[in-house]
Design a protein around this ligand. Structure first.
Ligand code: TRP
Length: 358
């Protein structure tokens, strides 16, 4: 537990084809957290160039797409902060400081790097390897205490905590003498540190949304089949068609959650229904236990169209006028920079650089 004020930060990469998995697994949580926390939501465009050469026109369109999805889903850019990472230079500079705190051994353990780099690691970009130092900088530039993310980002959050803890420890005397320490709980002890030990917020009934064509694979922007995913800009007819064609099995739905075991497609469709309905799988099966897919699928299609349809049309409206989105990002970036610049100045002062505070 940190005694530092609670603040939520999260980031989404501008990869294009934002889908139901991004919405239910991430963005919907972001919207809900606005009621209880100060939130900062970032389009992490600097991360998007770590492993693919981006087409400049597409990259810009994808940055706007994520921003439009945030706003259309109900994130309020006035009350909270919405911006794109590359407009706030402080992220890159803090990432340098953190790359000197993090150890090679820590980075070498990152499973996402191993997966993305594949067999030929010599050809991976250096940025792909140091990616988690930039992610730690994103979070700690705002001294964020909570980060809603998917299961796959847990290890990066642990690394973020390791960086914060090592920085706090290595510079503890200096943090103390500058009066910059904030009390925080580490194990059984309360210690003074500068950076909080950030906690991930993981979970929800659809933390993992699977492909509509194969219940054992995650729903993905890069699946060659359009039918495998519902994208956030699909209209009601397209959503209905994709759900009707979704893979299922021959049995009726079970009445208990245990009955979904070994039925990945059924499990996925019930999970999607639960998340859209804001209930859990047991709640869905209470209503639909014993129902055939010929009855369940139309109900799911209707629900999905009702929940996603309005977001899709608002996204299309926002995307038709880039200047509105760009001005939201500009304003958000200015506000984000005020906070990040303060943190960076403190960190540089703690390390001992001259002129850190201007
Ligand atoms: N690595 C995250 C992903 O691929 C994106 C990300 C970058 C992020 N910086 C972040 C998420 C900071 C949360 C907080 O999904």
């Amino acid at each position: 537990m940190n005694i530092i004020p609670e603040r939520v930060f999260s980031g989404v990469q501008p990869t294009g084809n934002l889908h139901l998995g991004n919405y239910l697994g991430a963005i919907k949580r972001f919207v809900e957290l606005q009621d209880s926390h100060d939130c900062i939501y970032c389009v992490v465009d600097l991360h998007a160039i770590t492993n693919v050469l981006q087409d400049p026109v597409e990259l810009a369109a994808n940055i706007r797409e994520v921003t439009a999805a945030f706003i259309a889903s109900g994130i309020d850019p006035e009350k909270h902060i919405v911006f794109n990472q590359s407009q706030v230079k402080e992220h890159a500079e803090l990432a340098w400081l953190f790359s000197c705190v993090a150890r090679m051994g820590w980075m070498n353990r990152m499973t996402q790097f191993k997966e993305k780099a594949g067999k030929d690691r010599e050809k991976a970009s250096v940025g792909l390897f140091t990616y988690p130092a930039l992610m730690a900088a994103d979070i700690l530039a705002y001294r964020a205490t909570h980060v809603p993310v998917g299961e796959d980002q847990k290890q990066h959050l642990e690394l973020t905590r390791d960086i914060a803890q090592k920085f706090n420890h290595d510079y503890s005397d200096r943090i103390e003498s500058l009066g910059l320490g904030v009390p925080m709980q580490v194990g059984d002890e309360t210690v003074n540190g500068y950076f909080p030990l950030t906690e991930p917020l993981i979970g929800g009934p659809a933390a993992r949304v699977m492909s509509l064509r194969d219940g054992s694979k995650k729903m993905s922007k890069s699946d060659p089949s359009d039918l495998s995913r519902i994208v956030m800009t699909d209209d009601a007819d397209t959503i209905g068609k994709k759900i009707r064609k979704a893979k299922s099995d021959a049995d009726a739905l079970p009445s208990e959650v245990e009955g979904l075991e070994g039925r990945p497609e059924a499990d996925n469709l019930v999970g999607i229904f639960a998340a859209l309905m804001e209930t859990n799988k047991a709640g869905v099966l209470k209503d639909f236990g014993g129902a055939e897919f010929s009855k369940f699928k139309p109900a799911l299609a209707e629900l999905a169209a009702e929940r996603v349809g309005p977001i899709a049309s608002e996204m299309r409206r926002l995307q038709s006028d880039p200047s509105e989105i760009d001005s939201i990002l500009k304003k958000g970036s200015d506000r984000a920079r005020d906070i990040a610049a303060q943190t960076l100045a403190d960190a540089k002062e703690i390390i001992g650089f001259i002129g850190a505070r201007g």
